[in-house]
Design a protein around this ligand. Structure first.
Ligand code: ADP
Ligand code: MG
Ligand code: MG
Length: 252
């Protein structure tokens, strides 16, 4: 088992008015067997946490640490983080002109494993993963993200997760823009990966909807750049009923 440990993480972004601190001391421990949900109102810093862990250049870690089994990931390049087992669904959200889904996945797999996957098993794994996600076979020869619908982007994310077999997967708003059927297919994909391998999942979401399909072991509520409350799956139910008002000092 591996552990992703985040300690007193402070992250700033550069704005026209200078550096603005968004994360103000985040602490989190995720084991590679657990599913954690981070919930919270819009603008609370959820995506900032994902981007900072991903090594996005626009997000500056000003203090604190993030490590996998004691190995500092914040010092690593984006590629090294992926090799260390970190997967971020929105890591490559842009169109990659001229690169097909098949080639993209195979290149990513090769980079992460340090060797090319055996062609026969790879082809089998890919077609099986695509079938499971109800992805049209023609999807494999399309260019990455070119004209992808919201649902296709999410399926491509889960396809990556299924084939790259990360130790830690961060899924930011994987549920947004999905209809109920697509949400179920995507959630089943995540659950399949969890059953097959040890993977720590950090599920970032504003809504409780996806948590009916992907059961979290722990729920953390982020407010104003900090974890304001933690609990089990029942906390998500409470948030569904009560909303975030009490954290925002509204009507309290
Ligand atoms: P969430 O994902 O919880 O909705 P974000 O992490 O996207 O929140 O944003 C947290 C806060 O940081 C928001 O107030 C947002 O406006 C601000 N922010 C995030 N990224 C930037 C940026 N690149 N420049 C300026 N402000 C930013
Ligand atoms: Mg966000
Ligand atoms: Mg498991």
């Amino acid at each position: 088992m591996s552990t992703l440990s985040i300690r007193d993480l402070h992250v700033s972004v550069e704005t026209d008015a200078g550096a603005k601190e968004i994360l103000r001391g985040v602490n989190l421990d995720i084991n590679s067997t657990e599913t954690h949900a981070i919930m919270g109102p819009n603008g609370s810093g959820k995506s900032t946490l994902a981007y900072a862990l991903a090594g996005h250049p626009g997000y500056t870690v000003t203090s604190g640490t993030a490590a996998i089994d004691g190995e500092d990931i914040l010092e690593m390049s984006v590629d090294e983080r992926a090799k260390a087992g970190l997967f971020l669904a929105m890591q490559y959200p842009v169109e990659v002109p001229g690169v097909t889904v098949t080639n993209f996945l195979r290149t990513a797999k090769t980079a992460i494993d340090g060797e090319a996957p055996k062609l026969r098993t790879w082809t089998k794994d890919l077609s099986e993963a695509m079938k499971n996600l109800r992805v049209d076979p023609a999807f494999a020869s399309r260019n990455v993200n070119e004209g992808f619908s919201g649902g296709e982007k999410k399926r491509h994310e889960i396809l990556q997760m299924e084939l790259l077999k990360p130790r830690f997967a961060i899924l930011d708003e994987t549920d947004s823009g999905l209809d109920v059927d697509a949400l179920r297919i995507v959630s089943e994909g995540v659950n399949r990966v969890k059953e097959k391998t040890d993977v720590g999942v950090l599920l970032i979401t504003h809504y409780t909807r996806i948590l009916r399909y992907i059961q979290p072991d722990y729920v953390h509520v982020m407010v104003n750049g900090r974890i304001a409350e933690e609990g089990g799956a029942e906390l998500a139910e409470r948030l569904e009923n009560e909303g975030y008002d009490r954290f925002l000092g509204v009507g309290a």
